[in-house]
Design a protein around this ligand. Sequence first.
Ligand SMILES: *Cc1c(COP(=O)(O)O)cnc(C)c1O
Length: 392
Amino acid sequence: MNPYRQRTWAEVSLDALSHNLAAIREHLPPKTKVMAVVKADGYGHGDGMTARTLAEAGVDYFAVSNLEEALSLREAGIDTNILILGYTAPQAAPRLATHRITQAVFSHTYALELADCCKEAGVVVDIHLKLDTGMGRIGFSMGSEEQLRQICALPEFRVTGIFSHLSSADGDTPEDAAYTKLQCLRFADTVAALEREGFSFPLKHLQNSAGLAFLPDLGYDYARAGIVLYGAAPGEAALPFPLEPVLSLRTTVSMVKEVPAGTAVSYGRHFVTHRPMRLATVPIGYADGYPRRLSHGGWMLVGGRPAPIVGSICMDQLMLDVTGIPGVEVGDTVTVIGRDGAEEITVNQLAATADTIGYEILCMISKRVPRIYSRAGVEFAVKLPSGQVKLF
Ligand SMILES: *Cc1c(COP(=O)(O)O)cnc(C)c1O
C-alpha cells in the first residue's frame, strides 16, 4: 500500500489538469495562448508538478504572485517566461534579471524605485505594465499616460507587455457585465493611445478564468487561466466548457464507536447525541486546511454515502455521523473533496457551505497533507510536507 495514503492525503490528477488545459485552449481563439497562473503553490496542487505538466503540454508563460514562487518554478526546471503579478522588493532587481523573471510594474513610485535598483546593479529587467482599469488593487490608474510614457523610456526596463485585471467577470448581474465591458474598453483605449504614439507592447493580456470563459474573443495574446485549470468554476455561473476537478482530498477512519443518547462530542459540547449513534473519527482538522466553519453543515463521503460532521472540528481530527452507513471500519477511506461512487463533493460546494470561495478551500489545504500525483491513471510521485518530491 502507498505509505502516503494512510492518514490524510490529496490526490492530484495531472490527466485532469491536461484535460482542462485542452478544454480552455479549445474555447479560446487560436491567437490567444494560455498563461498558466500557478501562484500559491499551484492553488494548493503543488507548483512544480503542475507547471511541468503544463509546460510539457506547451504552456510557455507562467504567472505567480512573488519572487519566491518564481524561483521555485525555476528550481522545478521551468525555463519559460514567468511573470510576477504582484510586488517584488525593488532591491531584488538583480535576482529578477539573473533568473529572467518578468515583473509587473504597477505604479510610478514602484517603477522609479525598481529602475533605481536596476541602475545600481547594472541590470535590465523585463516588465509588464499593469493598468488599474477598475479592480482597485494595483496598477496605474486611468489617465496615467504621461507616467507610462516616462517609464517606457527608461533604459533599465524592457517593456515586454501590458495587462490589467477584471474584478467582476464571474458576476451574473447586468451591472457586472457593464462593469466588465467598461474595464475592457478602458484597457483597449489606454493601450491604443500609447500605441498611436509609437510605443509597442509585444504581449497584452486581460482575461482571468471568468474573463476567458465568458469573453473568450477579446483577441489578446494571452489569457491568464487560474482556477479553471484546476477544474473549478470561478463563480456560480456554469462554464461554457467541460472541466474535471484535479484534486481529491481523502482521509481515513481512525476510530468507530457506538454511543448512547446524551453523549457530548468534541470541544465545548456543542453537539450532544439525541439518540444512540455510530460515530467515526477521522484524522483531518483545520490544521490540514479543512475550515472549522464546516463544523456546521460540513459532510464527507463514507462508503459512497454522505456523513455529516458532528461537533466542532478540531485542529487535527473531527467526528462524522455514520449511523446510517453499514459496515464502517477503522482504516476505511473517507472522501473530503472528490468522488466516491455516485456521490461527489466539489470544492465549490464546500466553499458555499463555509461561506467562502473555492479558491480559498484549495489553497488552504496545508503543507501537512501530502499531494500524490497520478499521470495516465498511475500514481507516480508525492510532494511531502517538507516540499520534497519523491518519485515512486
Ligand atoms: C490570481 C490572478 C489570476 C487568476 O485568476 P483566476 O480567477 O484563478 O483565473 C489572473 N490574474 C491576476 C492578476 C491574478 O492575481
